[in-house]
Design a binder for this molecule. Sequence first.
Ligand code: 0WK
Ligand code: 0WK
Ligand code: BGC
Ligand code: BGC
Length: 878
Amino acid sequence: MDVSIRFRREMDKGLCRDTNPTAAVKMLPTYVRSTPDGTEQGEFLALDLGGSNFRVLLVKVMADGEQKVEMENQIYAIPEHLMRGSGSELFDHIADCLANFLEKLGIKDKKLPLGFTFSFPCQQTKLDESVLVSWTKGFKASGVEGKDVVSLLKKSIKKRGDFDIDILAVINDTVGTMMTCGYDDHHCEIGLIVGTGTNACYMEQMRNLEVLDGDEGRMCVNTEWGAFGDDGVLEDLRTDFDREIDAGSLNPGKQLFEKMISGMYMGELVRLILVRMTKERLLFQGKTTAELLTTGSFNTKVGGQQKGLASAEKVLRGLSLDPSVEDCIATQRVCQIVSTRAAHLCAATLVAVLRQIRDNKAAEKLRTTIGVDGSVYKNHQEFSRRLHKMVRRLVPDCDVRFLQSQCGSGKGAAMVTAVAYRLAAQQAERQRILDTLRLSREQLLDVKKRMSEEMVRGLSKQTHEQTSVKMLPTYVRSTPDGTEHGDFLALDLGGSSFRVLLVQVQSGKRHKVDMHHKIYSIPQEIMQGTGEELFDHIVYCIADFLEYMGMKGTSLPLGFTFSFPCHQSKLDQGILLRWTKGFKASGCVGQDVITLLKAAVRRRQDFDLNFVAVVNDTVGTMMTCGYEDPKCEVGLIVGTGTNACYMEEMQNIELVEGDVGRMCVNMEWGAFGDNGELDDFCTQFDHIVDNCSNNPGKQRYEKMVSGMYLGEIVRNVLMDFTAKGLLFRGKLSERLKTRGIFETKFLSQIERDRLAMRQVRSILQHLGLTSSTCDDSVLVKEVCSVVARRAAQLCGAGLAAVVDKIRQNRNLNQLSITVGVDGTLYKTHPHFSSIMQETLQDLAPQCRVTFQKSEDGSGKGAALITAVACRMKSEGQH
Ligand code: 0WK
Ligand code: 0WK
Ligand code: BGC
Ligand code: BGC
């Protein structure tokens, strides 16, 4: 119990980030995160190095329903001079054995995936990279410690040049054993080796693996318990015999626990004890022999099979001794004691692992299986019996089963490789699909170029009709100059919420604006009902607001932010060209929205309004921000929808008379791509979202950028991945099939740095995906980030076209300008704005653009435009 508790403490030291560097028991991450799930299939090569035999294997895994594995293997010798020679010779030899094996099976031409069981302590950063920390057991080849054994093997194979393989995984033999046994018994979560060396691995909770990021799910940890005691914590238990063995070993001071247990040392322990007893005349009449005094002459194998005195005698005679019966009994007794100690010490550390797993699971009664291999465990019946017995004595409350590995860790290596292969294939397929959503700089430059071309075509009388980007004149000619004053009513319709506002503007130096507003919802059925119902609802809200403000009966000038594409021939008229976003009210397209509103006011006969201006939310946003920063000459919305406006030179606006000064143009860039300008960037998911929208073929750019659609793009990618078995183990939840269920706000939440995986998990829970794994969460986060990144980059490319046009309009080498921005996506997404600005800076390097987030919404801007219009009317200008 005490040894077990000490070892538990050592395990914690190894797991803890701060103490890991000095911990003796290294608790090495293996990057094996999942046990076989039955979908593995294919042909895999495996190498099994580090035990008493070096094996090369070919493992065929069939996944047709009942899992079947066929194996062919060949044992090759590793001569001692190679174990202790130069590393490159050792790896050349391994490559030669591999070549020989492939030749024999006539598969030299195949480039098969390979799993490498390398049974020594290795620091891994990923499954197929493994740096040897230090040799153990009989190995001491030079130039390998501190090196990645995959690169060493690759080098040796390349040196041969007559075959090629794909090394996908390096694992420890304990891991291979756990996986081999895990294939048949899904409870197997511990791997134990007691052979030449000894070691154990087990499935640990990621949250306890402090040296790694991420705290979801589990990963297999290679404890490397052979080194237990290397920091002196076992000194009170180690005997002089142990010290003598260590002193005579290849790696003194290291693997002290292993040297008390494993097959490489047990025989020697017995020998040293026999020598000491002989020298003290307690055995063989005190007469030693050369053999008895020779290191390694009493090897464990024979020691183990103590079937009666006969064999003891035979062994001792093998050392030229002339043993008496007492000598044989005594020798047997020594073997028994050495083996018992080994078994019990092994039990103690194993129990520490069992307790760790039980506590991780907070399980009352732990049910688990230990996969075991190794010549000591397999050939020393007494050892395994004593081990089982002591384990059950130390943890009587655990239901522990020992499953002896029949086919070595090679099968397990193939399983890990199969999982790695499946994961790699799945990852490649995922990335192939995600790559269709990743845009290169060239592509973004192309988007900018095409947007610029469409802007020019939209402004020109000839091509205006055909173009997709309508460049609509707004009859807003100047930005506020601080002389505006008065009270104004503003409506703000078209975003995610409908607002009615009272805006009070004071002119003069410390000019300022006070605002009162109330938010109203526009129910779906009103958005998609009749125009009358919609405008009656708007008027009802205005009446409620005037009531709420106690302004019944006052007739204030009204500015109407109507965030849809409207053709205007003057400020107080807006002919709706088409609905966008979630709106589809009938009888409005082609109508002047002021007329529709007036009709609704008339229908209510409750109050009157002085309709002065209809403005687009981009224009309202530009004006709102322009009130603070006169350099603000661009308005950008990235919310439910997306759009931009900017101050264009009158001479370029061919649809409006006059060449003097500027006028704000509402680009309606949401429609960019409606004439196919973006087809070569559209993915299958964009087509699905467009086909399922209520305005197919329209607003293509908007459907790749704005908040109303990003969630749907993500949902369709997730569905496609799930359908292809790349996510959620191919199990689709009903909820995930529901349109609009993956709200765009999830994208912002999921990408918020700190929260990350736990946040994702709860969102997936909410989507009915309760059985999602950590990997699923990671992938969902990646899909969200790819979709949001593309949206931000496309928006940046569009904006680059706008500011560069303004720069060229003004023949400037350098333009510094401010863009007023609003919209939930821009404001709440953690990375959208920075990615958009990076893209803009990269594609329009001659423009220094400052972004001004609009805090007061476009209602203020609408009121300012109304104020300017009123001022100009009162000064008789038009
Ligand atoms: C057989 C496994 C191998 C492991 C060996 C340990 O396939 O990976 O290294 O058991 O036992 P040993 O051969 O050292 O007794
Ligand atoms: C707030 C503005 C409004 C605009 C909205 C867009 O006041 O005019 O339509 O932003 O953002 P959304 O609400 O669609 O996210
Ligand atoms: C090695 C371990 C290995 C064990 C059993 C030890 O010497 O350090 O990596 O698992 O032997 O082969
Ligand atoms: C509309 C634009 C509006 C944008 C942002 C688009 O769907 O067509 O008029 O500016 O959404 O709200």
